[in-house]
Design a protein. Structure first.
Length: 301
C-alpha cells in the first residue's frame, strides 16, 4: 500500500538531553472502547478468534477498556507524548477516525474534554509545544490522534511502520488514514549493532542520551511494539503499552486474543517480569488495565 511519507532513520540521541534529568509523567485517559472479555484472554480450543471477538453478540459480559496516552515533561527536551489516544471526532462521529467499518464494529465512550489537546491545555501546555511523540505501536486505538500534532517528531520501531503499511495492514489492526501524514517520522532500528541492552531488556535506546527516557523493544503484540522506561525522582516508570493488557498478565502470562508473534511476546513478557523482580517499586502501567487506571495519580514525578 502506498503512503505519502517514509520515516527517516532515527539519529539518536535527540536534542535536549540534560545530565541527571528526571521527568514528570501524566497518565491521560482519552476515552474507552467496548470489548469482549476474550480480547484479554484467548479462549481455548478451535476457532479462538471468532469466539473471542463474539461478532454480533454484544452482551453484559463486555467490558470498557481505557484508551490512554501519556504526557511526559522533560527538563531539556520539553513536552513529549507516548501514543496519541483517540481523535477528538470519536466523541461524536467515530467513523471519521476508524472508518465506517471500524465504527460499526466498535463502540466508544469519550467526552470532548478527553481529547488530548484539551487535556494538554487544561494542564497549561500548548499542544504546539509537543516536540516528540513516541508510538508504542500503530494500532488504531493508539494512533487515532496522530493528525492533531503536525509539528511533532514521531518516533517508532521501523518494523512497526513496515507492518502497518503492508498489504494486510487493516487485518492486523492498522488504518493508514490515521497516520499517513507528511510529518517528521523517525524509525528506530533495534537490530543495529550500536543498540545496547538495559536492565533486563535485550534491546534499548536512550532517546535523549541522558538516561531519562529509554525505548525498549517489546515485540509480540505487534512485530514492532516498544515500551517506554522513564526515570522519575525516586523510582522508574515503565509504560508497557500493549505488551500486556493488564498488570496481572505479567505474572500469569495470559495470552491475549490478538498477537502477531507469540514467541516474541513470551520473551517480552519474560523481560518485563524480570525487570519487576529487580525493581519491585517501579510503576508499571499497561495501556488497557481497567482496574489500574482509576487508581492512578494525576501525575508522577
Amino acid at each position: 500500500m502506498g503512503v505519502s511519507v517514509e520515516p527517516r532513520p532515527a539519529e539518536l540521541p535527540l536534542p535536549g538531553g540534560v545530565e541527571g534529568a528526571i521527568v514528570r509523567l501524566h497518565p491521560l485517559l482519552s476515552g474507552e472502547m467496548h470489548a469482549p472479555p476474550g480480547l484479554l484472554e484467548r479462549p481455548s480450543g478451535p476457532l479462538a478468534l471468532p469466539r473471542g471477538l463474539q461478532f454480533g453478540r454484544v452482551n453484559d459480559s463486555w467490558i470498557w477498556l481505557p484508551i490512554p496516552a501519556f504526557l511526559v515533561e522533560h527538563p531539556g527536551a520539553g513536552v513529549l507524548l507516548v501514543d496519541t489516544g483517540l481523535h477528538p471526532s470519536i466523541a461524536f462521529d467515530p467513523a471519521q477516525s476508524f472508518g465506517r467499518l471500524g465504527a460499526k464494529f466498535n463502540r466508544f465512550r469519550m467526552q470532548p474534554e478527553q481529547a488530548l489537546q484539551a487535556q494538554l491545555r487544561a494542564r497549561g501546555v500548548d499542544p504546539a509545544e509537543v516536540r516528540v511523540i513516541v508510538m508504542t505501536h500503530l494500532h488504531t486505538d493508539h494512533a487515532s490522534g496522530v493528525s492533531e500534532f503536525p509539528d511533532a517528531t514521531f518516533v517508532l520501531d521501523g518494523r512497526e511502520w513496515e507492518r502497518a503499511i503492508g498489504p494486510r495492514g487493516l487485518l492486523h489492526g492498522y488504518r493508514t488514514e490515521q497516520f499517513d501524514y507528511g510529518f517528521d517520522w523517525r524509525a528506530v532500528d533495534f537490530d543495529d549493532p550500536s543498540v545496547d541492552s538495559f536492565a533486563t531488556f535485550g534491546h534499548s535506546v536512550d532517546l535523549f542520551g541522558d538516561g531519562s527516557v529509554r525505548l525498549v523493544s517489546t515485540p509480540g503484540h505487534t512485530v514492532g511494539h516498544l515500551s517506554v522506561l522513564l526515570r522519575l525522582r525516586d523510582r522508574e516508570a515503565l509504560l508497557v503499552g500493549d505488551a500486556v493488557y493488564e498488570r496481572g498478565a505479567i505474572e500469569e502470562d495470559v495470552m491475549p486474543l490478538v498477537v502477531q508473534d507469540e514467541h516474541h511476546r513470551r520473551r517480552s513478557v519474560k523481560e518485563i517480569r524480570r525487570y519487576l523482580e529487580q525493581t519491585p517499586h517501579s510503576l508499571v502501567i499497561p495501556s488497557h488495565d481497567r482496574e489500574l487506571w482509576p487508581t492512578l495519580d494525576a501525575f508522577y514525578e
